[in-house]
Write a protein that binds this ligand. Structure first.
Ligand code: MIG
Length: 737
C-alpha cells in the first residue's frame, strides 16, 4: 500500500496530513506533548475534560526530502515523511523516529516442531489476526531502557520483553513470562543516553507491546482494532516525563491520612465479632492499625450493597466501636449484580436498563460469586450515577472506603465474550476500561457524600488515568519469595505509570506464608504507599502475631517504623498530587544517567531522601546495596558512606537496610501510636542529615478536601550543613486544640 504524502491543512491548530489512502492528525499540546491520531481532537477515557488541554499553535513549512512537511510548536518539531513515518525532535535533537523498514521476525528454525511441544503441554501462542490491527512502530536504541506499563510482571526495565494489555485475573503465581495482569495502562517511558520520553498509546482494545523482543532495532505497539491515537511526551528526565504525563491524565490525589496507615485484611473476617476481636488484638498487642478490610463474606449471599444480618447484624455499631480505637472499615464491592428478582440492585438496574447485553439484546448473564450475575454498563453516565448513589448504603453504616475487585471484569468462565454490548462499544473495546469506569463511579459516589472527605477507592483493574479515582493493589500474589521482588517491580512501575497509590498484598495472598517470608514482605513494603496484609481463604493465617512472639516483635517494629515516617510520606503524597512526582520511586527516577541503576528494583526511594534496600531472599543476613552518587547515612548506625558504588549492608531478620541522603530533611512522628489519629503536629520533628537540602512540610485537617480551598499550612525548610531554617509559605489551616 502506497502511503505517499499528498497535502496538509491546518484545522483548529491541528495539522491534518493527507496521504494517498489515509489521514493523520498531528497536534502539539501544552507541555510539548505531540498527539498523533487518526481522528481530529482528543477522544479519551484517560484524559478527563479534554477541552482544558491547550493546543500550541503550529508553524507548518515545507521540508526537504525525504521530509515533506515540518510542524514546529513549542520545543517540538515533527518532520513528516511518506508512509505515515514521523521524526520527532525535542529542543532541536532527534527524540524518536518511526522505524522505516518492515517488521521482521527472526527466521524460524526449520527443525523446530511445534506439535511435539504441544503434545508435551506447552502453550503455543496463536498468531493474531492482523487485518484490523493498528501499529505504532518506532526505532529503539541499543541501550534504551523502558519503564512503566502499570502492573506487568517481570523486570523493572521492560526492554527485551513483550506484553499484552488485556485485563487478566489469573490465580497462578505471577511470573515474568505472564503477558498480562489485571491492569492495562498503555503508558511507558523510553530512557536513552541523553533523552527521555513517554508514550501513551490511547486505544482500549487488546494491545501487544513488544519492546525489542521480536527485533532489538525497534519496539512496537499493536492494537487489535480501533484507531491510531498516541501521545509522545518528552522531558529532560523521567521526573519531567511523569510530570507531563500526569498533567495530561491526572495526578494521584492526596488521601485521608489514615489511608497511609497499616491495613489488615483477610478473605474473610466472617463475622462482626471477628472484626471486633481483631481490632482489640491490635490494640492489646500494641501494633498500630488504621484499617480493617471486609471481604465478600460480609454481604447477604454476595449481593453487592447489602450486609448479612446474621454475621454482620450491626455494622454501624461495629464501625463506631472501631472508631474509638482509631480504626476504619473498608468493604469490598464487585461489579457483578446477582440475578435475583426482588433484590433491589437487580430490579432497579433492569428498570434503568443498566446492564450489558448479549448479541440478541438480552441482559447478559455470567457466573461470579453470587451465582448468576449481570454486569452494570459503566460506560453510561446514568449507570455510574446510580452506582455512585449506592455507595451511601455503605457510608451510612460507617464504611470509610471502597475496594473494587473482579472489575477486569472477571467471571468464573473467563473473560466475557467480545460481542457483549455496552452503550459505548462491544466488550473487546470496553474490557480494558471497565474497572476504570467502575472506580470512577465509586469515586464520584464517595465524593458526593456529606462531610467533604477525600474519597478512597482501591481497584484491581485500571487503565491510564485511573489514578485520579483510585489506588491500585496488585491482586492475587502468592506467599513465595519471588513475589517480594515482584511487588517492588510492580510498585515502581505503577508509580512511573502515574498510579502512585499502590501496594501488594503483604505476606502474599495465595499459598501459606512462613514467618521469615512474612517479615521480609513487611520489611519490603515498609514505605509502600498502600500497606496491607491480605491473604486468601484456606491459607495459613498471617496476622502479625500468627507465628509467635519473636516474629510479632519484628513486625511490630516494622509497622512502627512506618508510622514514624508517616508525616514524610504524607508530605510526599501532597507533593504527588501537585506535581505527579510519585511517592515511591525506582532509583532510575532520581539518577537516570547512572547506568548502574537502570535495572535495580530491589532498592527503592521514598521521596528524594530515603533509600530502602529490603532483603528479598530467604536466609540472607546481609546484602549488596548500591548507593547512587552523593553521601549517604545508614539509618540504623548513622555511619556515613560515599555513593556511586555498592556496599555490603547488614540485614539480620529484624533490620531493613535504609540509607538517608546527605542534606535530608525528614518530618518524623515521635511517640507510641495506636493509629495515625494519635499523631499530631506536636509529635512531629525534623530529622536532618548534614548537607544541603530543601523540603516543604505540609499540614491540613488530614481528612477533608478543604485543603484545595487553601485550608492548609506549608512550611519550607532549608538545610545548610547542619543549620536548619524555615520559612512559612502558606498559612491557611488552624489547628483545633
Ligand atoms: O475470586 O473476594 O483479588 O483480594 O480476597 C477471588 C475474594 C475474589 C480476589 C481478590 C482478593 C479477594 C478475593 N477475590
Amino acid at each position: 500500500m502506497n502511503q505517499a504524502f499528498k497535502t496538509y491543512e491546518t484545522v483548529n491548530d491541528s495539522v491534518r496530513l493527507q496521504y494517498e489512502e489515509s489521514v493523520l492528525y498531528v497536534t502539539v499540546l501544552e507541555g510539548d506533548i505531540v498527539h498523533v491520531s487518526q481522528k481530529a481532537g482528543i477522544h479519551s477515557y484517560a484524559i478527563e475534560d479534554a477541552d482544558r488541554v491547550k493546543i500550541l499553535q503550529p508553524e507548518v513549512s515545507q521540508g526537504s526530502a525525504p521530509c515533506r512537511v515540518r510542524i514546529a510548536a513549542g520545543n517540538m518539531e515533527v518532520q513528516v515523511k511518506d508512509n505515515e513515518k514521523l521524526d520527532i525532535f525535542y529542543r532541536g535533537k532527534l527524540l524518536v523516529s518511526d522505524y522505516e523498514e518492515e517488521r521482521k521476525k527472526p527466521e524460524k528454525n526449520p527443525y523446530e516442531d511445534l506439535t511435539l511441544a504441544q503434545l508435551e503441554g506447552h502453550a503455543v501462542e496463536e498468531g493474531t489476526d492482523r487485518k484490523d490491527a493498528v501499529m505504532i512502530l518506532k526505532k529503539l536504541g541499543k541501550e534504551d531502557a523502558i519503564y512503566g506499563l502499570g502492573d506487568k510482571p517481570g523486570c523493572l526495565n521492560k526492554r527485551g520483553y513483550s506484553y499484552i494489555n488485556w485485563n487478566t485475573d489469573d490465580p497462578d503465581p505471577h511470573v515474568d513470562s505472564f503477558k498480562s495482569l489485571y491492569k492495562s495502562i498503555p503508558f511507558f517511558m523510553v530512557l536513552g543516553d541523553n533523552f527521555c520520553y513517554g508514550l501513551l498509546a490511547d486505544n482500549t482494545y487488546k494491545t501487544t507491546f513488544d519492546f525489542g523482543c521480536e527485533n532489538e532495532a525497534y519496539y512496537f505497539v499493536e492494537h487489535q482494532k480501533g484507531c491510531l491515537d498516541y501521545y509522545v511526551i518528552p522531558g529532560e528526565d523521567p521526573k519531567a516525563v511523569v510530570h507531563s504525563y500526569t498533567m495530561l491524565t491526572g495526578t494521584t490525589p492526596l488521601q485521608q491520612r489514615w489511608i497511609y496507615g497499616n491495613h489488615q485484611s483477610r478473605w474473610s473476617y466472617f463475622t462482626q465479632e471477628e472484626v471486633e476481636a481483631l481490632a482489640e488484638e491490635f490494640e492489646k498487642r500494641d501494633i498500630p492499625c488504621d484499617v480493617i478490610h471486609m471481604d465478600i463474606d460480609y454481604m447477604q449471599g454476595y449481593r453487592v450493597f447489602t450486609f448479612d444480618d446474621q454475621k454482620y447484624p450491626n455494622v454501624q455499631k461495629l464501625s463506631q466501636k472501631l472508631a474509638a480505637k482509631g480504626i476504619k472499615l473498608i468493604t469490598i464491592i464487585d461489579p457483578g449484580v446477582k440475578k435475583d428478582p426482588g433484590y433491589f440492585m437487580y430490579d432497579e438496574g433492569l428498570e434503568l436498563d443498566a446492564f450489558a447485553k448479549d448479541e440478541q439484546g438480552e441482559v447478559y448473564v455470567n457466573t461470579v460469586w453470587p451465582g448468576d450475575a449481570v454486569f452494570p454498563d459503566f460506560t453510561q453516565e446514568k449507570v455510574r450515577d446510580w452506582w455512585a448513589d449506592k455507595t451511601k448504603v455503605l457510608t451510612d453504616h460507617g464504611i470509610r472506603g471502597i475496594w473494587n475487585d473482579m472489575n477486569e471484569p472477571a467471571s468464573f468462565h473467563g473473560p466475557l465474550p467480545d460481542s457483549v454490548k455496552f452503550a459505548e462499544g462491544n466488550h473487546d473495546e470496553i474490557h480494558n476500561i471497565y474497572g476504570h469506569l467502575m472506580a470512577k463511579a465509586t469515586y464520584e459516589g464517595l465524593l458526593a457524600q456529606d462531610g467533604g472527605r477525600r474519597p478512597f477507592v482501591l481497584t484491581r483493574a485500571a487503565y491510564a488515568g485511573s489514578q485520579k479515582y483510585c489506588g491500585g493493589w496488585t491482586g492475587d500474589n502468592h506467599s513465595i519469595w519471588p513475589h517480594i521482588m515482584l511487588s517492588l517491580e510492580q510498585i515502581c512501575n505503577l508509580s512511573l505509570s502515574g498510579m502512585a497509590m499502590c501496594g501488594s498484598d503483604i505476606g502474599g495472598f495465595g499459598s501459606d506464608t512462613t514467618p521469615e517470608l512474612l517479615i521480609r514482605f513487611y520489611e519490603a513494603a515498609v514505605f509502600a504507599p498502600f500497606f496491607r496484609n491480605h491473604s486468601a481463604m484456606g491459607t495459613h493465617r498471617q496476622e502479625p502475631w500468627q507465628f509467635g512472639a519473636q516474629t510479632e516483635e519484628i513486625i511490630r517494629k516494622v509497622i512502627k517504623l512506618r508510622y514514624r515516617f508517616l508525616p514524610y510520606l504524607y508530605d510526599l503524597a501532597r507533593e504527588c498530587e501537585m506535581t505527579g512526582a510519585p511517592i515511591v520511586r525506582p532509583l532510575v527516577y532520581g539518577y537516570p544517567q547512572d547506568k548502574t541503576v537502570r535495572n535495580i528494583a530491589d532498592e527503592y526511594m521514598l521521596g528524594d531522601f530515603v533509600l530502602v534496600a529490603p532483603v528479598t531472599e530467604p536466609g540472607k543476613t546481609a546484602r549488596a546495596v548500591y548507593l547512587p552518587q552523593g553521601d549517604w547515612y545508614a539509618y540504623d548506625t548513622n555511619e556515613k558512606y560515599t555513593g556511586g558504588r555498592y556496599i555490603l549492608a547488614d540485614a539480620p531478620l529484624d533490620q531493613i537496610p535504609i540509607f538517608i541522603k546527605a542534606g535530608a530533611i525528614i518530618p518524623v512522628a515521635e511517640g507510641n501510636f495506636h493509629s495515625t489519629e494519635d499523631i499530631t503536629e506536636d509529635n512531629i520533628q525534623m530529622l536532618t542529615y548534614p548537607g544541603e537540602g530543601r523540603f516543604v512540610h505540609y499540614e491540613d485537617d488530614n481528612e477533608t478536601l478543604a485543603y484545595r480551598e487553601g485550608v492548609y499550612n506549608a512550611t519550607e525548610y532549608i538545610l545548610h550543613g547542619t543549620t536548619l531554617t524555615k520559612k512559612i509559605l502558606h498559612e491557611g489551616y488552624k489547628r483545633s486544640i
